[in-house]
Design a protein around this ligand. Structure first.
Ligand code: FPP
Length: 242
């Protein structure tokens, strides 16, 4: 059945999709280019796929742009990524705004340069009035760090006497994550041939369906997103039931 590309939240389109944008380095290597060229191609694709997801009615799109472990890459590669973040966030301000996209950030953004942090705040503030798709950019994000941060907040409440340990619920923990108030992802897509979660949305992905692609992120096209959605639609999600 063809996807309804017009109606927001169209039947069969998952409400929340996560994507691990992997394979930029290998894409560049295959072409004899520096890794940073792969990230440039990956960033251009980030824009294409975001706009496409919004056009087919995805409500939440979460993209893994920079993990807490990515700081361990060569300094030159990290600074190329930071440059791309600045460039694309500037562009996102005008581009995504026209498409009614609200941008949120998941992760500890305090580790970024003051300039990038100011841009992140501006994008969040200026897009807060938009009521179309929510684009979550996971930057300096790690699922374990996110859960640890939530535990610390709840532990502080217990310490102050405001909360008893036995009163802690799963909903309370969800409410302390960066994704508080958002539905859990229905589908997580990973291009590049790797089949692992790599510390992405650990708590939120308890019942998420996965789609892996043997394609590198810069080559991942809207048609592959359609394919992932078709696969998702053919699955029978039982959430632990029968
Ligand atoms: C993983 O590929 C990709 C990254 C660590 C960076 C992803 C970032 C972008 C696509 C830029 C997005 C821009 C914005 C503004 C959100 P890899 O380098 O690990 O690839 P490899 O496994 O082939 O080496």
């Amino acid at each position: 059945m063809a996807l309804d590309k017009k109606t927001p939240g169209a039947a069969g389109v998952p409400q929340h999709i996560g994507i691990i944008m992997d394979g930029n380095g290998r894409w560049a290597k295959k072409r004899g280019l520096p890794r940073s060229a792969g990230h440039t191609a990956g960033a251009a694709n980030f824009r294409t796929i975001t706009r496409y997801a919004s056009s087919i009615g995805v409500k939440y799109l979460t993209l893994y742009a920079f993990s807490t472990e990515n700081w361990n890459r060569p300094a030159e590669e990290v600074s190329a990524l930071m440059r791309l973040f600045r460039q694309y966030l500037e562009e996102a301000l005008s581009d995504f705004m026209d498409e009614n996209i609200r941008v949120r950030f998941l992760g500890d953004v305090s580790a970024f340069s003051p300039e990038l942090q100011a841009l992140i705040r501006r994008v969040e503030e200026e897009s807060a009035v938009k009521d179309g798709m929510v684009l979550n950019l996971a930057m300096n994000y790690g699922g374990r760090a996110e859960i640890t941060r939530a535990m610390r907040t709840l532990a502080a409440r217990v310490e102050s006497g405001a909360l008893k340990p036995e009163e802690i619920t799963e909903e309370m923990i969800s409410g302390e994550l960066y994704t508080a108030g958002q539905p859990d992802p229905d589908l997580i897509i990973r291009p590049s041939g790797e089949e692992r979660l790599s510390n992405f949305l650990l708590w939120q992905s308890a019942y998420t369906e996965f789609a892996y692609f043997d394609i590198l992120w810069p080559d991942f096209k809207p048609q592959h997103l359609d394919e992932a959605i078709e696969k998702f639609r053919s699955r029978n999600r039982r959430f632990g039931g029968v």
